[in-house]
Design a protein around this ligand. Sequence first.
Ligand code: URA
Length: 453
Amino acid sequence: MYRFPLARPDDVDAWRGSARAAALANVAPDDISWTVEGETGDLFGGASGDTLPAATLPPFTVPKRFLDLAGDVALHRDPQRFALLYAMLLRLRDHPGAIDDEADPLRRRLDLLAKEVRRDIHKMRAFVRFREIDGAYVAWFEPAHHIVRANAGFFMRRFATMRWSILTPDLSIHWDGETLREAPGATRADAPDGDPVEDLWKGYYASIFNPARLKTGTMLKEMPRRYWANMPETALIPQLVAGAQARETRMVDRIVTGGNMTKSLEALREEAAHCTRCGLYKCATQTVFGEGPADADIMIVGEQPGDQEDLAGKPFVGPAGQMLDRAMAAAGVDRSRVYVTNAVKHFKFEPRGKRRIHAKPNAGEISACRWWIDQERAIITPKRTIMLGTTAIHSLLGKSLTLTSQRGRDLVLPDGGVARATIHPSFLLRMPDKSRADEEFAMFVEDLKAAAK
Ligand code: URA
């Protein structure tokens, strides 16, 4: 009997190394005991096993899909998981196509384990609740599987500038804003009582709530009512549910009445909510999609959502949006008749203390996001487009150009639309000289008037 001890319950790398050596030596699954420190199931009570013989078979490769599957399955609590994976590895060694056999009972069992793990990962992301103690944030969570380490990156990116700890029975993780530290498991008594940090979670929850997929029964199963009392965002549920139903009704109406462009815009918005075309989605709260009537004559394109837009999920609602509103009102342009959107749909920022400082999107991010703006434009087909600043120009004209070279004249876009370029309203917010800012504001208003005419 060969005994392969694994130091950690989620140690898929150690499993891979031992499994590969055993497979090359043609060791049968029943001749191996996979033991994880602290887990039951080691029939040999820690006795050392036989020495593995030398490889007798030539090296082989397995499909990447299997490695991904193994990465998930290794996190399951089932004590048989490593033995099952090894049995699958041997099958793939001899028949690489076996990975496609969805009817195979072993493959199905592994798929089920992986699915349970992914569900647990999602639950942790959705249900961890921080309480604040002396400027640090602490949460207690009881995962069903060994997912804490695998989920740490998500929380590091999402709450990069906070000091936080997530305590769980098997493993605790601590982030000080720079380094992640692991510590042994904790008990519920180690976690503080008190109110969860409400704003943090309301903004986050409203963004991950997906009205189009709302199924109240499923929601109750995922988030049993007994947990609701601890969750500040549950106050939002009735409102979100009501909104979801109204939205669904509108969508069904449109389908029944033959459909029109608005239906496509809704579908596009829903698709964009899950966008991972560039890395910006990892740190932003949510996709901020365009807003306005699908039959708008005018489209305004900004750069990217700012801090407030990121939290609200709507374009141009923060300080730059208020400046834009003032200028539009002065130019006689009714915002409710305009489709307002951004070249880049996720907020790019650098954390500084508790603040998130705007960072300019790069050419790759602009280009990745053109996927969405091209489709918005195809649906809306605006008569006139107003590009606010150089990122919008870059996005719509397809190359980096200065504002001065493009301002003050009609431009024909590659999709045939007519556009004008002007300043971005945040430029006015940054001007310290009041009289220069007034002059620039007046020119901005003239640009909007000329563009909308
Ligand atoms: N700046 C932009 O370019 N877009 C917004 O939505 C907000 C600020």
